[in-house]
Design a binder for this molecule. Sequence first.
Ligand SMILES: [Zn+2]
Ligand SMILES: [Zn+2]
Ligand SMILES: [Zn+2]
Ligand SMILES: [Zn+2]
Length: 415
Amino acid sequence: MVVSRLQPGQSDPVSYICSCSAKSQGGGQVLLFYRYFENTPPLPTAHLPVTNDQAQDLAAWHRSLTTTLSLNGKLRIAREGFNVTVAGTTAAIETFIEQCTAHWSFAGLDLKSTQQRKAFFKPSPGCACVFAPAPEASVRVCAEITPLGITDYAPTDWAVVAELEPAEFHRRCAAGGDGVELMDLRNHYESRIGYFVSGATGQPAIRPAIRRFSQWPRYVKSHQGRESQQEKKQVLTYCTGGIRCEKATRWMAERPDETREICTLKGGIAAYLDWVDEEIAAGRMRFQDSLFRGKNYVFDARGAVGLNAYNADQEEPVSNCHMCGKAEDRLGKCKTAGCHLILVVCEDCEAKDARCCQSCQQMDGTEIKGRPMCECESARESDLWSGGNTGLAIQRRQKARTKQSDININVKIID
Ligand SMILES: [Zn+2]
Ligand SMILES: [Zn+2]
Ligand SMILES: [Zn+2]
Ligand SMILES: [Zn+2]
């Protein structure tokens, strides 16, 4: 995967300039990995955390290791497992992987070969600076390793959902006709700049206009049994690196009345892009055969990553500048203080005055606390719960507004 060509000088978190030792030490890497202890292959029962003490121990271990190795990143530890993204020099990352694979929290995983390690840790280019300005890794013990927001839910049967390797996911996505529902589990600002399309129909995946993952269960409940779903026999879901799908699809499958076969993309878009890169390098696939279009949004200052073959000069982005409407996948932010909405915005427009919507602009300078939602945000929310759609109303409005070179719907980052 290659790092998006985001311009330096953009406000964080959508760009970064390397100022660490990775520069002089032949580069660095970012890892993105997680584990639910009870999913296959499970952590041996002897190690399974029964209280928060083991989670605290694991967090302390990571805190000390990331400090020693000068790694930056975000680590979330819970009794159910861990969710880790760390970055540092290539040498430090190698030592980190060695230490992890020898630790009790990795017991039961088979990570001997280079291939197995690559699939598990999902390395991509970057360095500790992608998490700047944080001075060090943030290690926290949480209730959930990624917040689905359903209290005390734990899957009773992990085998109820099939986790597909990228090649098999590609095969089903290519063949899938009307009976297959392709679903993006990410937030709407992520699925804006990149998404899967069905090979059979050319239709993009359903991309719910949620702004945080904990809205997804409500989205599922409010859309269950809709006419658009009745013909579906199979659901293929995906997310950035697989973690959101892993627990959420079990929850969906265990719901009463859920009759469809639910499958997820193992390792998420990150694993799929790596697989396509390998297939292209081996001459078995062409760039245009990839069913993932655009770029994979990442939660660090790199903004997004794409295929090695993805070249912004040759490849038309799937998204448009929020202000002028030209094809663009560069990320920026609404300039209104306290807004935080992430926008797709071209360099020229960002240098001018990029705002998510006019009402937001008018609110500039108002006290941030208790600030009302701007118009575009409230329109997105009401479409999400009332329209029974997948962001279609938003897309329609966006199209209409782009035509008038007006301001349209935007995206928001919440971590
Ligand atoms: Zn750096
Ligand atoms: Zn523009
Ligand atoms: Zn705004
Ligand atoms: Zn707005």
